[in-house]
Unconditional design. Structure first.
Length: 222
């Protein structure tokens, strides 16, 4: 039975899909994985993949408890991957304590996955400000109003906060970025490209940083 027809929980073991869309030709891979990432990402943008810039971000608590959530890729720099968040959120505090983190993109429309591991730093305040000011007014007000990841009593708390912030900035089209909000840059030391293949014999190519601008490539078993 085709896994795609599964509609009931009891049939969950049958929910599977065969991957046949593409393959990785090792001879065509770029020397630098960020160049390769850009090639894959451009294809994802051109495909009908929803939210291709949505990526899972994994961080670790001081106790060693991993946690993961989706954030949006907002820029690709020669050094790495840029995303934005609240510096006082759970992820923000975890990154402060331990800057090692992992990203994962899954593009079902292309049967592709990309896993990235590296070290996160905050981007310069001015760069965060430029991005903050490019956001629509609602998102800018939201960044001020939400104490991201904190426990709140109810939704009214949030609505009252947003009203207060709206009032504070009511006559200002441009208002400052909160100090507690901004961008991060994940500088990778490994990037794995995964292409689904027939009968689970997927292609996996791992890039590992071996020095300044030097990367090794290895094939991994699926
Ligand atoms: C598609 C999607 C995109 C998201 N993008 C972001 C983002 O760019 N930055 C962000 O802080 N949270 C984003 N979120 C919300 C996060 O997943 C998460 O709920 C929030 O950042 C709090 O995470 P934390 O408590 O682990 O710090 C997004 C959620 C989804 C589903």
């Amino acid at each position: 039975m085709s896994g795609l027809k599964v509609k009931k929980m009891e049939e969950l073991p049958n929910l599977r899909k065969d991957y046949t869309k593409d393959f990785i030709d090792e001879n065509l891979l770029a020397e630098n994985p960020l160049t390769e990432f850009e090639k894959w990402f451009k294809k994802a943008l051109e495909s009908n993949q929803a939210e291709p810039n949505a990526m899972s971000l994994a961080t670790v608590s001081p106790e060693g408890q991993p946690s993961v959530r989706i954030v949006l890729l907002k820029g690709l720099q020669p050094e790495g991957f840029v995303f934005f968040s609240n510096y006082l959120s759970r992820k923000g505090k975890e990154l402060e304590n331990n800057p090692l983190a992992s990203l994962n993109f899954f593009w079902p429309a292309l049967e592709q996955q990309i896993r990235i591991e590296g070290k996160v730093t905050k981007i310069p305040h001015e760069e965060s400000n430029v991005y903050f000011q490019s956001r629509d007014r609602g998102s800018r007000l939201g960044a001020w109003a939400s104490p991201q990841s904190q426990k709140i009593q109810n939704r009214e708390f949030l609505l009252e906060r947003i009203q207060a912030i709206k009032k504070q900035f009511e006559n200002q089209e441009i208002f400052p970025k909160p100090e507690f909000w901004g961008g991060y840059l994940l500088i990778p030391h490994t990037i794995e490209f995964w292409q689904g293949r027939e009968s689970r014999l997927h292609d996996r190519i791992l890039y590992e940083k071996a020095g300044e601008n030097v990367w090794t490539k290895s094939r991994l078993a699926p």
